[in-house]
Design a protein around this ligand. Sequence first.
Ligand code: AQP
Length: 332
Amino acid sequence: MKKKIFSGVQPTGNLHLGNYLGAIKNFVELDKNNENECIFCVVDLHAITVNQDPRELKKNIYETVATFIASGINPKKSIIFNQSQVSAHSEAAWILGCTARMGWLNRMTQFKEKAGKDKEKASIGLYSYPVLMAADILLYDATHVPVGDDQKQHLELCRDIAQKFNNDFRVDELKIPEPLIKKDFSRIMSLKDGLKKMSKSELSDLSRINLTDEKDQIINKIKKAKTDPLPMPSNVNELDQRPEAKNLIGIFSSLSGMTLEKSVEKFSGENFSKFKEHLSQVLVDKIAPISEEIKKLINEKSYIEEILKKGCQKADEIASKKLKKIQKIVGF
Ligand code: AQP
């Protein structure tokens, strides 16, 4: 049985190292395996749950596609499309919203974090975001969903919704997907605060490595990255007490392919400045070529448009068939 992979990335600009190591790098590995059928979605309906400038949004949709391809996803093999162009997503989300319970959504930590203190002013879309995410996944009978650790709770909710729908209607229509979350370093933290997620919306650009950063920007950001006053840790157990060291060495380990233990051993007792030179080097080696390719592809507008057009056709074919089955089950 082929694995069916589905995942999405929001076109909200500033795609960063966290998006790459938590999600896109895994997409590339999954795309390369002939045992998998992959669908990668630019989730533009999710993006508008917070304010977006329409012109920026359009640009960011193209940039997200360019990032997928520049990172190594093969558009001839995997389906790449944008969510808003396949109407089954919105329609299925409505139906599944009638299965999901308020109590379940009230527990979602991402809503609490994003809505902040002023949750009365948050959009309904931001609140029901995980229901749309469930629709995205369930429409394609996805068996596996590669995501960063921050999406784990939403995926559990998706499984609950599928299970309840199947139970309520006594069917076996919705497949229960498995999360694919890397064991180590599935949450990359800010370069300015080892306890905060690396994030697109963080005001300081120095908090993240953007996938469009150039060599000098990468070196400068790593130079300025927060550390602690001690030398580099000498064993893995120390890392839990030292969030900034843990994050930086985790990034090194993920990008270099060296295990965490070996990475700690290699730099044990060194000054952070020495380690940072190695970290910058590995980042430049891996990220600068992606950055260059993104910038090249972004100018090939008709190529990107063609990929999206073909991807949308293929996605629509699968999703609209599944939606019809769901509609029939509920009695439409
Ligand atoms: N810091 C991170 N570490 C590991 N994985 C991460 N992901 C996001 N941040 C990290 C993973 O990237 C994929 C796509 O994310 P998204 O675009 O859906 O969400 P986001 O980057 O969290 O974007 P936002 O919500 O627009 O930005 P912020 O965080 O600034 O509010 C997902 O698989 C996600 O797990």
